[in-house]
Design a protein around this ligand. Structure first.
Ligand code: FSO
Ligand code: SF4
Length: 545
């Protein structure tokens, strides 16, 4: 196996024996095979579209689900991945027949030519790994694109579950995957594809923002309980708000409480979700603490997306975990929707009835809900605080949390920021500092949480608004610094989106991506001022001094 897609990759270069995340070599091979089938389907769909033949919603939905399933910590279930391979082979054959019927010539790429014979799955998976591209710079740009597309697919999938789709985003995904499959694609084409991926990343985040706010209202300032109640509970993790809504509907009046975990915390900020009285709080912290926190939760757990951490063999909770959507884990039950998108959570509810109430691990409240509409509602206050000098700087610290000790940097950095600075956050990165009680500036909390990682979009919208209010010529003239923590591929699309929006001098950490080659890094440094992090002291001086 070879996988270098996340920040925790072995030795900072690539996992080759088993993933640090727990991914086995076998699973990695099936994911490589799945991505090869995805490239094949997309290349054919792109060729058909070029000839004026549309391929329909099934193809787009397939590509999105399959890409999502290969994101870090999403799906560890070989059988589930192989089922997606089978389905892709079937779709590919249908598209090839359509191309024949319409006389559309198809590119001569391996991903298109491979016939999909079951006996060849193993060899094809091995052949189609990341290292198939021998040139490290071409490989780097191709992977940057594909990893960005994975993040884009995740956001698109959530939007589509709320009936928001966008044919242009799907068409771009297909085109970009066709370019990545083309052995003759050169540096210039690949570099412009990377940058275009950022553009469509913005579109995907805007689509999800629209879908979420139309369905559930605009996030608003909310205090979220981090303690526990004395009734049994169900813990729901991941990013899919539609799943949470259905779970809340089905648990209402049953005497069972619902708690959020990790990236589901921001669900509390939405009026149409917080109205449920039995959505009682957020239990625990970011994804990587789940092995301890699920033990003390005592009730069933539902994963709507990544991040899953494989349980230890002795885990007491392993018989009461459920996955849905693109996620999966061998031995865990997987909940499928019916043809109307409805999911039946009755088995989860039955288990909850037999469980003890959660054991309290924390007490108190945290505050959030500062997506763009709430920030605009406070705009006068914010602008006044900036004009008076009460707020000197905003530091965007969005992104991911992770298990590496080096991430203590973010807690230290946040704790030592001068008192006239405000942290703008989103994603699970916030768990590194959202319980530090950093106070407020004239009633404006010093940590403003917009929501999930996709809500980084809100900070771009807010920055553009501030540019207008302050009459700045350039977004980079505003008193905003970007110190982003990354872990998996949704952070990659967030980064590409910010670059597309013209934001310069972004710091990313705790380490730079292994999939960015030295030459590609040079391009990113020269054109965008991208850099890593140094020490807390140095970075406080350069970003907030
Ligand atoms: Fe975190 Fe995991 Fe949202 Fe990621 S829970 S790490 S970037 O999946 O998606 O922030
Ligand atoms: Fe390694 Fe990350 Fe890939 Fe897992 S996702 S195998 S930890 S690089």
């Amino acid at each position: 196996m070879f996988c270098f897609q996340c920040q925790e990759t072995a030795k900072g270069t690539g996992c080759t024996i088993q993933g640090v995340c727990g991914k086995k070599a076998e699973t990695s091979r099936w994911q490589d095979l799945l991505l090869s089938v995805v490239r094949g389907v997309a290349t054919i769909a792109d060729a058909l579209r070029g000839a004026g033949v549309e391929t329909g919603q099934e193809v787009g939905d397939y590509l999105v689900d399959a890409l999502f399933a290969t994101i870090t910590n999403a799906n560890f279930d070989d059988q589930a991945i192989l089922n997606k391979v089978d389905n892709g082979v079937r779709i590919k054959q249908t598209l090839i027949s359509l191309a024949k019927e319409k006389n559309v010539e198809l590119p001569d790429f391996q991903e298109v030519k491979w016939g999909g014979e079951k006996a060849g799955y193993e060899a094809e998976g091995d052949r189609e790994g990341v290292l198939r591209n021998a040139d490290e710079d071409l490989r780097s740009l191709k992977e940057l694109t594909v990893l960005g597309l994975k993040g884009m697919a995740a956001y698109y999938e959530h939007a589509s579950r709320l009936n928001e789709r966008n044919g242009e985003i799907i068409a771009f995904m297909e085109k970009a995957l066709a370019i990545v499959s083309d052995p003759s694609a050169g540096m210039d084409t690949l570099l412009s594809t990377v940058l275009e991926t950022g553009k469509f990343g913005v579109d995907a985040m805007a689509l999800l923002d629209k879908a979420n706010t139309q369905a559930y209202g605009n996030p608003e300032l909310t205090k979220v309980n981090i303690g526990t109640e004395n009734r049994p509970g169900i813990l729901i993790s991941g990013h899919d708000l539609k799943d949470l809504e259905q779970l809340l509907e089905q648990t209402e009046g049953t005497g069972i409480d619902v708690y959020t975990h990790g990236e589901m915390l921001p669900a509390h900020y939405y009026p149409q979700l917080k109205k449920y009285k039995h959505l009682v709080g957020n239990y625990g912290n970011a994804w990587w603490k789940q092995k301890e926190e699920f033990e003390t939760f005592n009730g069933p757990i539902v994963f709507t997306t990544n991040c899953i951490v494989p349980p230890s063999p002795k885990a007491s909770y392993k018989d009461r975990v459920f996955t849905t959507n693109a996620t999966g884990f061998p031995g865990w039950k997987h909940i499928l929707p019916d043809e109307n998108g409805h999911k039946d959570f009755s088995e989860v509810i039955e288990i909850a009835r037999t469980c003890k109430a959660p054991t309290a691990i924390e007490q108190g409240e945290i505050i959030g809900g500062f997506a763009h509409a709430q920030v605009f509602a406070l705009a006068d206050k914010v602008v006044e605080a900036v004009r008076s000098g009460a707020i000197r700087k905003f530091i965007v610290m969005s992104g991911c949390d992770g298990r590496m000790k080096s991430r203590d940097y973010y807690t230290e950095f946040a704790a030592h920021l001068p008192k006239d600075t405000v942290i703008l956050t989103s994603g699970c990165a916030k768990f590194k500092y959202n319980k530090l009680n950093l106070g407020d500036i004239n009633g404006i909390p010093r940590v403003l949480d917009a929501g999930q990682c996709n809500d980084s979009y809100s900070w771009a919208v807010v920055a553009l608004k501030l540019k207008e209010i302050f009459g700045a010529n350039d977004i980079n003239d505003l008193p905003i610094e970007f110190n982003i923590a990354w872990y998996e591929q949704k952070a990659v699309i967030v980064l590409l989106a910010l670059l597309y929006l013209g934001i310069k001098n972004i710091h990313i950490g705790p380490t730079l991506p292994a999939f960015v080659s030295p030459n590609v890094l040079k391009v990113l440094v020269e054109n965008f001022g991208l850099s890593g992090i140094t020490t807390v002291e140095e970075d406080l001086k350069s970003m907030a001094g």
